[in-house]
Ligand binder design. Structure first.
Ligand code: CP
Ligand code: NVA
Length: 319
């Protein structure tokens, strides 16, 4: 996707939107440009107090197997702002946790709502849901991917650098869900991405292959300083993801030396710092870095709202 593309894309393309968004490469490059462009317009409109598009009478089911602050609130508020409604179904709220199969849940929810957003452990559960739903299914984070985060990340980088061209990003930390979607999205956007992870914590080969399919796959290294040297953006995520609590001590040991702190950022003193949040100060990032002017994490968090509103409008065919 070129820089010019995002600036000139209309808010819809001639292509049909994808049926579901399980990862960011379910979007074509044109879809991605259209969603980001619409998100930017929606953000401006919101700041002016204007409504942008509307999804009256449309409903979104939001299924959560894990906790959430940003994803839950931004989707729920986003649907309200678009004139629709969101139904929060938290852990243990449905029969999913009591033996009703994913396929049955997907088929029934499809009779009530216009889209399903789900946060799950097993990515396969999302695939099963998408297979059986007759409405779009949106990944609100799985153990493998977090495409909605990537949409907000790309919008944030685009705003901060006025485009993607010649922007270099260093990912420092775990190569799991957030990192994997970001790797694919970066390839689609044309970002120059280097990922520094401890040995054994890099993105899956299958994800790197998908990134290579859509652009340049990231270079994966195991030396954070080498990755950060001269980078425009330094991005990190927690070391202990939701569901990994029993691995905590082992992971804290494995990630030693991968903290985003003042010493590491000496190799890229002007870098913007990103974090998908929640942040664990003193683990993957220090409090002083997170609170510094270099951190663009609050804008990044806000952009979840705008990016997801644009995505919902696109998937649901709003005009
Ligand atoms: N970044 C993110 O997805 O945050 P939540 O876990 O709060 O939704
Ligand atoms: N990798 C983190 C991301 C949280 C948004 C997790 O899965 O917990």
């Amino acid at each position: 996707m070129t820089e010019r593309a995002i600036q000139t894309m209309p808010n819809s393309t001639d292509e049909s939107p994808p049926d579901s968004l399980l990862d960011v490469d379910d979007l074509s490059d044109d879809d991605l440009a259209a969603v980001l462009s619409t998100a930017a317009d929606m953000k401006v409109a919101r700041k002016r107090g204007e409504s942008y598009v509307s999804l009256p009478d449309r409903s979104l089911a939001m299924l959560f197997e894990k906790p959430s602050t940003r994803t839950r609130v931004s989707f729920e508020v986003g649907m309200t702002q678009l004139g629709g409604h969101a139904v929060f179904l938290g852990p243990d709220a449905t029969h999913l946790d009591h033996g009703e199969p994913v396929a049955d849940t997907a088929r029934v929810l499809s009779r009530y709502v216009d889209a399903v957003m789900a946060r799950v452990f097993d990515h396969g559960a999302l695939e099963a849901m998408a297979d059986h739903a007759t409405v779009p299914v949106v990944n609100g984070l799985s153990d493998d991917a977090h495409p909605c985060q990537t949409l907000a990340d790309l919008l944030t980088i685009y705003e901060a650098f006025d485009g993607f061209e010649d922007v270099s990003v260093a990912w420092v930390g775990d190569g799991n869900n957030v990192a994997q979607s970001f790797a694919v999205g970066s390839a689609m956007a044309g970002l120059d991405l280097t990922m520094a992870t401890p040995e054994g914590y890099g993105p899956d080969d299958e994800v790197l292959a998908r990134a290579a399919d859509r652009g340049d796959a990231p270079e994966v290294v195991h030396d954070p300083e080498a990755a950060v040297e001269g980078a425009d953006v330094v991005y990190t995520d927690v070391w202990v993801s939701m569901g990994e609590e029993t691995e905590r001590e082992e992971k804290l040991g494995d990630f030693e030396g991968f903290q985003v702190n003042g010493d590491l950022l000496a190799a890229a003193p002007d870098a913007a710092v990103m974090h998908c949040l929640p942040a664990h100060r003193g683990e993957e990032i220090t409090g002083d870095v997170l609170e510094s002017d270099s951190a663009i994490v609050w804008e990044q968090a806000e952009n979840r709202l705008h990016a997801q509103k644009a995505l919902l409008a696109y998937l649901l065919g709003a005009t």
